[in-house]
Design a protein. Sequence first.
Length: 132
Amino acid sequence: MIGEIEGVEDGAIFADRQALHDAGVHRGTRAGIGSGGESVVLPGGYVDDVDDGEVIIYTGQGGRDLSSGRQVKDQELTRGNKLLAENFLEGNPIRVSEAQCMTLLLPRLVGINMVGYIVSIVIGQRQGGMDI
C-alpha cells in the first residue's frame, strides 16, 4: 500500500519489524526498503547513514561488506533502490520508520517509530567514493 495507512499516525511505535509489517507500514521483515519501494526502515547499518532529525541520508540497498559495514562497491539502480526511486519520481509518498535501539554497544531493538515521509532523493557519492 502506498501512502498513509489508516489508523497509523506519524510517531506510531511498533514493537518490531513483524508488527510494522503486520500493520502494513513496511512490507517485509528484513530489508530496509519495503518490497514495493513504498517505505524504508532506517536501521543504521550503513556507515554513510545519517539522521540529524531534519535531514536523513539513507544509503539504499547493496554494495556493503557485511563484516565492516563499509561500502565496497557502487550501488545499482535495481531491486529496492529502483522501486524506491520510481515511487519517488511518480510522486508517491514513501513512509520512513526508524529502529530504536538501547545503545550502540547493545543494539537491542526496543521499538520502531514511524517518523514521516521522504521529500527528496539525491544520488551521489559518499565515504570511500562509492556511488549510492
